[in-house]
Design a protein around this ligand. Structure first.
Ligand code: DX5
Ligand code: ZN
Length: 219
């Protein structure tokens, strides 16, 4: 079954507990937390203290997406704060393989993300050590953008590589996914879907999740 990871980037930041509780009750699988440093991407969001508070507010796994230039400086702090899945960008500073191993050694599930313009060859050698691979389907930085169609061949190729190797690596897509295209995205090979504006940007969070779920029925 497809997993849904609603992104709190589109939630009401003054009412995060209320919004994530609605998502949890509606059957969200993870809570996606977008951390931006104003340097790796041209936006600033939240950091370690908010993850720590979210940890107390939900029992769902926290899927923490680091869009920051220097993940080495923050990996340990985010895991101590309660990140269950920790994603670093392949384009960020540092040795990505060493970061993956450190995340696992600290007790979290390691994940790597690639931006739309980054070729999959960058991450293919990492697949055996990853719990998840996050394909950005928009340029990272902001919610509410349109899905970039030319990421589809990358998704298909990554799905083939994961299946061919028999790797226990989830394949997540992030950006521009909603009720209209979620089924197609999953048919390309995605099994974890991030949705921000399509969930927390909707008037009824529970109904929005139910709709996404209905649209992936049978997958
Ligand atoms: C963008 C973030 C996404 C964002 C997705 O850089 O990584 O997680 O919240 O938002 P939507 O689903 O609205 O495209
Ligand atoms: Zn994200």
């Amino acid at each position: 079954m497809i997993k849904l990871s609603p992104s709190i980037l589109s939630a009401d930041f003054a009412n995060l507990e209320r919004d994530i509780t609605k998502a949890a009750l509606a059957g969200a699988d993870y809570i996606h937390v977008d951390v931006m440093d104003g340097h790796f991407v041209p936006n600033i969001t939240i950091g370690v203290p908010v993850v720590k508070s979210l940890r107390r507010a939900t029992s769902l796994p926290l899927d923490v997406h680091l869009m920051i230039t220097d993940p080495d400086d923050y990996i340990e702090a985010f895991i101590r704060a309660g990140a269950d899945i920790l994603t670093v960008h392949a384009e960020a500073n540092g040795d990505t393989l060493a970061q993956i191993r450190r995340i696992r050694a600290l007790g979290a599930r390691p994940s790597v993300s690639i931006k739309p313009g980054t070729p999959i060859e960058t991450v293919l050698p990492l697949l055996p050590e990853l719990s998840m691979l996050l394909v950005m389907t928009v340029e990272p930085g902001f919610g509410g953008q349109g899905f970039i169609e030319n990421t589809i061949p990358k998704i298909r190729a990554l799905r083939d590589a994961i299946d061919a190797g028999g790797y226990a690596c989830e394949l997540e897509a992030d950006g521009g996914i909603g009720a209209k295209n979620i089924r197609a995205v999953c048919e390309y090979g995605i099994n974890v879907v991030v949705a921000g504006s399509a969930v927390f940007g909707q008037p009824d969070i529970g109904a929005a999740i139910a709709q996404l779920r209905a649209n992936t029925e049978g997958l």
